[in-house]
Design a protein. Structure first.
Length: 315
């Protein structure tokens, strides 16, 4: 998300005169705004049916607002970043001619989104087109955890007084966060059910083991095995059952996850890779061992309650 949507919000001018000087101060005073930077620019004419469009250059400090380091935060001198919304039928020309008054530059095109309906060029390119640029946009970084709807509403209320256009990507962040929360909740719920089933399964397995090996346990007790040692024996058996099952299940899960990454993500994200959270997997194994110990409590208590004499008479 930080790579696809590096800029939280932008305010762009809709009039040729640029934005009011005090607008950036009003935006910085909003409670959800971490910082805001004025972006200088001018109004240019671009060929290939793009028409009149504001062309801006990132000001000093603009890159500090980014969640990542996209290309439009530091464009090259021969490059122009155009928003997808201004490209005719989504077709992107390799080069465009940008004209401001008597000044013309031919620039290589890169396309993107999320910085507003403006084109982005290098500072030297902007000054070559217009040596007296004005503030045509304001780029904004929001505080972490900001509510997307409240932020967009507050920003729109401030920008409306300057007849400016607002574009925010926090809505996309909120949507992805919601989907991840739903998926995480579902996985945790299924994991909880699986843990309960595992506890019952281990307890039943040990319970049957206690019944089937009643005479063996009684013989061990008669030979000197203490109640504590018998409990420890059953606990070790329970831990082995749970840990081995966890390791086998984890290995199978990693295999299925690798297949899913290769089949579903590789076609969408070319450089998608799978990283194993070794620390979390170790915690899962530890929790499974503790669950095995918990599951052996009742079977172990039942086993040690049987006296050696009574146990030797069992069938």
């Amino acid at each position: 998300m930080a790579t696809d949507h590096p800029l939280d919000a932008s305010v762009s001018a809709t009039k040729g005169v640029g934005l009011d000087a005090g607008l950036v101060s009003d935006i910085r005073e909003l409670p959800a705004v971490e910082d805001a930077v004025e972006i200088p620019g001018t109004v240019a004419t671009i060929d290939h049916r793009v028409g009149r469009l504001r062309v801006v250059a990132p000001a000093p400090g603009a890159s500090d607002l980014m969640r990542s380091r996209p290309g439009f935060s530091s464009p090259r001198a021969d490059e122009i970043h155009l928003p997808f919304s201004v490209l005719e039928d989504g077709s992107m020309p390799s080069r465009v001619t940008v004209t401001v008054g008597d000044h013309t530059r031919t620039l290589r095109v890169s396309a993107g989104q999320d910085w507003g309906t403006v084109a982005v060029v290098a500072t030297e390119t902007l000054l070559a087109l217009d040596d007296r640029p004005t503030t045509q946009a304001i780029w904004i970084r929001a505080d972490l955890g900001t509510d997307a709807e409240d932020f967009s509403g507050d920003l729109s209320a401030v920008a409306s007084s300057a007849d400016a256009e607002v574009e925010s990507t926090l809505g996309q962040w909120a949507f992805v966060d919601l989907q991840l929360d739903v998926m995480t909740g579902a996985v945790v719920g299924l994991l909880g059910i699986a843990v309960v089933i595992a506890l019952i399964g281990i307890a039943n397995t040990l319970g049957l083991s206690v019944l089937e090996r009643g005479r063996e346990n009684a013989l061990l007790r008669a030979l000197g095995l203490t109640r504590h040692q018998l409990r420890a024996t059953l606990a070790i058996e329970a831990v082995l059952l749970s840990v081995v099952a966890t390791l086998v299940g984890t290995a199978m899960g990693i295999g299925f996850a690798w297949v899913a990454v290769q089949t579903m993500l590789e076609s969408v994200v070319a450089d998608a890779t799978m990283t194993l959270p070794l620390g979390q997997l170790a915690i899962v194994v530890l929790v499974s061992a503790l669950a095995g110990l918990l599951a052996c409590v009742l079977p172990a208590r039942r086993a040690v309650r049987v006296s050696p004499a009574a146990g030797l008479t069992l069938d």
